[in-house]
Ligand binder design. Sequence first.
Ligand code: GUN
Ligand code: FE
Length: 448
Amino acid sequence: SDIAGKTILATFFHAPDRHAVEVLEETVIAIAADGQIEAVIRPGAVGYDTAHESADLTLPDGCYVLPGFVDCHVHAPQYPQLGQALDVPLEVWLQQYTFPLEARYADLDFARRSYSTLVEDLLASGTTTALYFATIHQEATRLLADICLEKGQRALVGKVVMDNAESCPPYYRDTSAEAAIANTRAFIDYVRAHPGNAAARVLPVVTPRFIPSCTDEALAGLGQLVAECGCHVQTHCSESDWAHGYVLDRHGVTDAESLDRFGLLTRRSVLAHSNFLSDADMDRVVARGAGVAHCALSNAYFANSVFPLRAALERGMHVGLGTDISGGPSGSLFEAARMTIAASRMLESGVDPALPAASRGRPDSRIDFATAFHLATAGGGVLLDLPIGQFAPGFRFDAMVIDTCPRDGGIRLLAQSSQEDILQKIVHTANRANITRVWVDGRSVSSR
Ligand code: GUN
Ligand code: FE
C-alpha cells in the first residue's frame, strides 16, 4: 500500500555515483505526503532508535529496496511487436513493420488497450519513470499521458514528429511541418494544464523522430519551440550506418552537430543510441549538458554496433539506459543493465595487448554491475534532470521491493557473505517475479 506520509525501515541499495554502490543497512526513510524523501536516518544517527521503533512499515528478511528504474528510451506504441521482426535492417523494419503498427494508434480503443498493458507491465518490471515516444497522433498521445497519470507512472511523453514525405509513408506522417509543430505545442499545453497533473509527474517532450523523418522546417520550428517552452527533447542520433550516413549526405554534418544547429541539443535533450558519435560530437553533447540513452540490446539487432559507453562516461557525458521497446526485445531494465555489461565486455574483447592499434576491440571498455545499476537508476535521473534514482532528502520516493526468496517463480538467492554481494546477484539474476512492490512518489503502483 501507499507509503507517502509514512516511514519505512529496510535495507536500501542505491548508486548515486557510477563507481560504487551504497548499502543503507537497516535504515529508516521518512517520506512526505507528496512523495518527497524527507529524511534518511541511518543507524547511529540522532533519532534513529525512535524512528526504528515507530516505523510504519518494516520489510521482512530477504527483502531489499532499490530505486525504481528509469527507462530513457521506450517506443510505447511498439509493444505489440515486442520480440518480433528483429532480423531485418532498421530502414526495412521501420517501413514494413513499425510504421504500419504505429499508424494503428489512430484507433483510440486499440491505443487504450495497448498503452494500458504496457504501462502496467513496465511498472511491474520496476520501471517507475519512462521516457516515451508515442505516435504522430495528437489524441492517442494524450491518451498515453492520461494512462500514465491514472496508473501513477512518472513519464515523459512526446508526440512524434515525422513530416518528411521523402522518408515517411503517406499513411503515417504529419500533414505539414506547421501542423506537426502546432500539434506538438498543443500537446505540451495539454499535459501542463492537465487537472490530474498538478505534481507534474508527466512531462511533455519535443520529439523529432530522427533527422531522416523530419524536414528542416520542422526541425527549426521544434528548436524554437524548445527555446520557448523549455521542454525535454528526445530523438534518435547516429544509430546505424544508414541513419548516420543519411544525415551526413543531407546536412553535410553529423547528427549531433545538425541537432545543435537547430537548437535541439539542450540540458534536457536525450539522444537515443548515438553509436557513431565522433570525439567532437561527444564534446559537443557534453558541452550542452545533453546525454545519451544507451540501448545495448537494440543496438545489437539494429545498429550492429556497441556504443562506447565508458569513453562517454569518462568524458563526463550524462548517460541513462533504454530498452528501446521494440527495437530491443525486453521491457526490463534488469535485462538492459545486463546487456550493457555484456556489450561493454565484448567491445573490450579482441584487444591484443601487444598490438592494440590493430585489434578489433577498444581497450578499457568494460563496466561492471555497479555502473550498470547506477545508469539504470541515478544516472537516468541525472540525464533527465529529475530528482529520482537515489535515496536522499529532496529526491522522490520512487522505489521497488526485491524479494530474494519469493515463493512463486523468482530467482531465489541463497545466503550471502556481504550485502554488496546480494545487490550484485540481484542485478545479474533478478526478474519480474522478484519485484513484489513498486512505489512512485510513495504511492503503490504495482504489487504481487
Ligand atoms: N529510428 C527511427 N525510428 C526508430 C525506431 O522506432 N526505433 C529505432 N530503434 N530506431 C529508430
Ligand atoms: Fe528507438
